[in-house]
Design a protein around this ligand. Structure first.
Ligand SMILES: Cc1cc2nc3c(=O)[nH]c(=O)nc-3n(C[C@H](O)[C@H](O)[C@H](O)COP(=O)(O)O)c2cc1C
Length: 157
């Protein structure tokens, strides 16, 4: 079974998850990058990101080549922004036909995921959500523990 990992990460947490997933699955990896690469911090970052969610913005992604049809299993993940999957993930889902796939979804958040996972799943109808998982800022957690949790989770996919 061929697996693709697709992720977006603004502050590196989802990147940690993607890296450990890669080790546990040997899947192909697609990192989503937005055209806008300006680094924002502090309040400006939350205000900018929150506004994107509220306005349902779909930031433009840097071009990538991936043939979704080549994969049976797709793991998609990234951060929660203002209680929703980050806009960049939504851009990817909006511009890619993902249907009839076995999906694993992950989200990273700061402890207030709200209904982000439900919203994530609602964006992907017509697929089987085989497994889902969330992490609280995994880049700050013990790396070995995160790796172990991910390896176990992959086993449920
Ligand atoms: C614009 C913005 C909005 C956020 N909104 C939330 C939120 O609603 N709930 C939450 O728990 N964390 C929120 N966070 C924190 C991130 O989800 C969290 O730090 C996550 O681990 C970041 O993943 P990343 O490092 O892969 O970007 C927000 C972060 C940003 C930048």
């Amino acid at each position: 079974m061929k697996t693709l990992i697709v992720y977006f990460s603004y502050d590196g947490n989802s990147a940690v998850v993607a890296e450990e997933l890669k080790k546990a699955t040997d899947a192909d990896v697609l990192e989503l990058k937005t055209e806008d690469e300006k680094v924002r911090t502090g309040f400006a970052k939350y205000a900018w990101g929150g506004k994107q969610v509220l306005t349902h913005a779909r930031p433009k992604l840097k071009p990538y080549t991936v043939t979704i049809e080549d994969y049976d299993r797709i793991i998609i993940g990234g951060p929660v922004w203002a209680g929703s999957p980050a806009p960049a993930l939504q851009s990817f889902i909006a511009q890619t036909r993902i249907s009839g796939k076995m999906l694993g979804l992950f989200i990273c958040h700061g402890g207030g995921k709200g209904k982000a996972m439900d919203k994530f799943k609602a964006l992907l109808p017509g697929n089987i959500i085989a497994a889902e998982i969330d992490f609280i800022n995994p880049a700050r957690l013990d790396r070995e523990a995160v790796a172990k949790q991910i390896a176990e989770w992959v086993g449920t996919l």
